[in-house]
Design a protein around this ligand. Structure first.
Ligand code: HEC
Ligand SMILES: [Cu+2]
Length: 375
């Protein structure tokens, strides 16, 4: 099936808008069909073309997955139509009660059952199975017959980035043979266009699953095991992702952001992120730094270049450069920062950051002024 380029309207939306013209027809039946088609078209435009959709691919692996998803969707729509057709046929063919008809056993139907219930499903499922197997080539995997062992895999997939899942956020380590160039960030993954990036994934607690539909399929984060995924993004943009394996209370809000940049923008971003946290220059930010390093914050969070070396919470060294807070849930602005610090439990109930309601208004403003200059 011919794929459509990103940004184009999906084939389904096109077909249904063509049928929507029937809405202008004279005959009521046609008009109703037209209205229905228009409605389906609207759903297709609203549902499938948002940023986070399997059909909204921005890289070769996601493209292959989108193609198979289209083939399956169309196949299943056809099967549904055929089934409803047969059902209607059976429904209207004979009227009257059972008593008026021959007993069921009398008429043979075994052939129908063998073909419709066995041969056809077997054929369709086999085709899908083979298509699925061939799609696996888009994924570097280990443990398959004749495939790479875990050790060979680690060699072949020498990762540039390590992503660690936590309840309910992500650590993102940018690795480097030169330790002075390695750094840690959280919840916002940056990638360059046009170059495959190997990523190792793991978890610090329960199972999670890393999934950015625009770029690739899912890869599970399994305790005690490293898994790998290779992301190649073909277009700059900001794509959302989601933990795809139930992992506890805030699973649904364990999201993340992937920012795909041109190679030069990406290099500049890496350069910025390697720096320690900005030293505060204004009086309120300076006061805020004192609050930050003396209050509980420093026990859990790190800001490189300060006394804060906590390792159980997102690295805040460049917090102000991130678009969103708390794994892509709230915009990173003054109101949400203040609300988050004092009331994290009501913004993301059960998350592992406690409410810290005891700051004075001045302390809170200073703290936020400090965090907001951590570009
Ligand atoms: C007991 C550990 C703990 C303490 C103490 C703590 N935090 Fe957190 N903080 C967390 C965790 C865990 C998260 C991630 C929550 C989530 O998204 O599920 C978090 C998230 C955040 C975020 C959002 C980070 C991001 O990447 O979006 C900010 C900002 C933040 N904390 C600031 C603070 C400040 C300021 C203090 C001190 C006033 C503080 N935290 C104290 C554990 C802590
Ligand atoms: Cu989850």
């Amino acid at each position: 099936m011919k794929p459509f380029a990103p940004g184009e309207i999906s084939p389904f939306a096109k077909v249904s808008s063509a049928f929507a013209l029937l809405g202008l027809a004279k005959r009521p039946m046609l008009r109703r069909a037209g209205t229905l088609a228009a409605f389906a078209g609207m759903l297709a435009l609203a549902g499938c073309r948002t940023a986070e959709s399997t059909f909204n691919w921005r890289g070769p692996a996601a493209h292959r997955i989108a193609n198979l998803s289209w083939d399956m969707t169309i196949l299943f729509v056809v099967i549904t139509i055929v089934m409803w057709g047969l059902f209607a046929f059976a429904f209207y063919r004979r009227h009257g009660t059972l008593a008026e008809h021959e007993p069921v056993e009398a008429s043979g139907g075994e052939l129908w059952i063998a073909i419709g219930g066995l041969a056809v499903p077997l054929l369709i499922l086999t085709v899908l199975f083979v298509a699925g197997l061939s799609l696996l080539q888009a994924f570097p995997i280990h443990g398959m017959p004749n495939g790479l062992s875990q050790a060979q895999m680690a060699q072949a997939m020498k990762p540039e980035i390590r992503i660690t899942g936590h309840q309910w956020w992500w650590t993102i380590d940018y690795l480097n043979d030169d330790p002075s160039k390695a750094f840690t960030t959280a919840n916002e993954l940056h990638l360059p266009t046009g170059r495959p990036i190997n990523i190792e994934v793991g978890t610090s607690d329960v199972m999670h699953s890393f999934w950015i539909p625009a770029l690739h399929g899912k890869v599970d984060l399994i305790p005690g095991q490293a898994n790998y995924i290779r992301l190649l993004a073909s277009q700059t943009g900001t794509y959302t992702g989601q933990c795809a394996e139930y992992c506890g209370a805030e699973h649904a809000r364990m999201r993340l952001l992937a920012v795909v940049q041109t190679p030069s923008e990406y290099e500049a971003w890496l350069e910025d992120q390697r720096k320690p946290g900005n030293a505060p220059t204004t009086p309120d930010a300076q006061a805020g730094e004192k609050v930050f390093t003396t209050a509980a914050c420093a026990l859990c969070h790190t800001v490189r270049g300060t006394m804060a070396h906590g390792s159980v919470a997102p690295d805040l060294t460049h917090l102000a450069s991130r678009q969103m807070l708390a794994s892509d849930i709230y915009p990173n602005n003054t109101s949400f920062l203040e609300a988050w610090i004092t009331n994290a439990q009501s913004l993301k109930p059960a998350c592992l950051m406690p409410d810290l309601p005891n700051f004075s208004g001045q302390q809170l403003r200073d703290l936020v002024a400090y965090l907001q200059q951590l570009h």
